[in-house]
Design a protein around this ligand. Structure first.
Ligand code: PXG
Length: 460
């Protein structure tokens, strides 16, 4: 046992020491973090975070793309408190239900794309995607097509970390540590025009990228392909926004070969792209929709799986038990918080703001950063955006990844009061939808300053 001189119990160094000793962080090099000490965030309000040293940050990432209504919503704490007192837990197995899960399901059916009116629940986006993969198998078994099981997903996709969700993810570092992907999952190229579009126009490239799906279906045989999964905008992969031609062509292909469409709305859902769901923004008609994050604005864990009519009718008519579900499927406290969260979005017209004035202002201010010598492209929709940091603008050429330019920029942001995330050398932003214009000015000002600091570090 190591004994050190004890720092004050609630001091930053005490938290850091205990954290380093006992807490293994997600997606983190443990030894490197232990050497440095974690930043201890202990308070938040609106779009701002504070750490134990008293420093404040504008949270340009809504936590992890989830706090859509912003921090400090007393109403959400209040509904959770009331529900905890009234019925803190009961399950939805064995022919039982409870008022919060009924009310939430009804509300979700109201705001979902047309025809989607059946929902089941999970605790996280990963669990929800894992469940969908099982439901795809079950659907095709019920249809008498038991071979139709392969799921096609995309490079740069992020669908979570369970065995199946990590397999469907297309961020390659997620696979080797765990001997993934599992059989039955294959990947195709992403509609990432800036990196891979070459001389094609975005529209031409969108068609080309979509037709990679058709080629893969024909290669595998349509009788073996069960579903295609994609985020409307690929988030963790670097906010990859597909050209306008992409999703309509994907829909055509999936309908032609009878392949189910899974829209992973974990980031795009709940207003981020200016509609309730990214599917509405991009003209996707999903058979399954994955919901998490913004469903509760991250105040409490919850995920949902929304089904389209064909899938829903098949399950409703199955005439047997669906042998799937979690202890916490439709948890009453989470459901109550989710419902109130959606009501807040409605009352404050946050989705309209993201698709209108506030989203427009955010995108317009950010667009000005495209003139910076380090910035190759600024792209965005509603309240999600990306800034590509590049070595050479005219040829769209990237820095050597070993230089970790994105990480340097992120570190400058962190030191200067802004949370902006780096996905490779793509700086990404997804602030709360409740952000004000003045806060957007501050956020974009800080982002510009930190990009400039990064350029100077590079001697440019
Ligand atoms: N689908 C998508 C599109 C996601 O973004 C998940 C599924 C998985 O959700 P859970 O709740 O199981 O984490 C996500 C999660 C990042 C980052 O680095 C992004 C996510 C999670 C952790 C980190 O940007 N997205």
């Amino acid at each position: 046992m190591t004994v050190t001189t004890a720092p004050a119990r609630n001091s930053t160094s005490a938290f850091q020491a205990a954290d380093a000793r006992h807490h293994l962080h997600p997606f983190t090099d443990h030894a490197a973090l232990a050497a440095k000490g974690a930043r201890v965030i202990n308070r938040a309000d609106g779009v701002r975070l504070w750490d134990t040293e008293g420093a404040s940050l504008i949270d340009g990432m809504s936590g992890l793309w989830c706090v859509n209504v912003g921090y400090g919503r007393a109403e959400l704490a209040e509904v959770a408190r009331q529900q905890l007192l009234e019925l803190p837990y009961y399950n939805t197995f064995f022919q039982c239900t409870h008022p919060p899960v009924v009310a939430l399901s009804e509300k979700l059916a109201q705001i979902a794309p047309a025809g989607m009116d059946l929902v089941t629940y999970a605790g996280s986006g990963s669990e929800a995607n894992d469940s969908i993969a099982k439901l795809v198998r079950y659907f095709w078994n019920l249809q008498g097509k038991p071979r139709k099981k392969t799921i096609i997903s995309r490079n740069y996709g992020y669908h979570g970390v369970t065995m199946q969700a990590a397999s469907m993810s297309g961020l390659t570092p997620m696979h080797p540590q765990f001997d993934l992907p599992l059989p039955g999952v294959v990947h195709i190229e992403a509609p990432y025009w800036y990196a891979h579009g070459g001389d094609l126009s975005p529209e031409e490239f969108g068609l080309k990228a979509a037709r990679a799906l058709e080629r893969k279906i024909l290669e595998l045989g349509p009788e073996n392909v069960g579903a295609f999964i994609g985020e409307p905008i690929q988030g963790a992969g670097g906010v990859i926004i597909p050209p306008s031609t992409y999703w309509p062509e994907i829909m055509r292909i999936c309908r032609q070969y009878d392949v189910l469409v899974i829209a992973d709305e974990v980031i795009c859902g709940f207003g981020r792209t200016g509609n309730w769901f990214g599917s509405q923004t991009f003209g996707i008609e999903p058979d399954f929709m994955t919901m998490a994050k913004g469903l509760t604005s991250g105040y409490i864990p919850m995920a949902g799986i929304m089904m389209g009519r064909r899938v829903a009718d098949t399950f409703r008519a199955a005439g047997e038990e669906l042998v799937h579900g979690f202890t916490y499927s439709g948890h009453p406290v989470a459901a109550a918080v989710a419902l109130r969260n959606i009501e807040i979005m409605e009352e404050e017209r946050l989705v309209e703001a993201a698709g209108g004035e506030i989203g427009g202002y955010f995108q317009e201010k950010l667009a000005a950063l495209a003139d910076h010598r380090l910035v190759g492209e600024v792209r965005g929709v509603g309240m999600i955006a990306a800034i590509e940091l590049v070595e050479h603008k005219p040829t769209r050429s990237f820095f050597d990844p070993k230089r970790e330019v994105g990480t340097q920029c992120r570190n400058h942001c962190f030191a200067n009061g802004l949370v902006m995330r780096a996905c490779r050398d793509v700086m990404v932003l997804a602030p709360p939808l409740s952000i004000t214009k003045a806060e957007i000015d501050e956020l974009v000002g800080l982002a510009a300053h930190c990009i400039e600091l990064t350029a100077r570090d590079l001697g440019r």
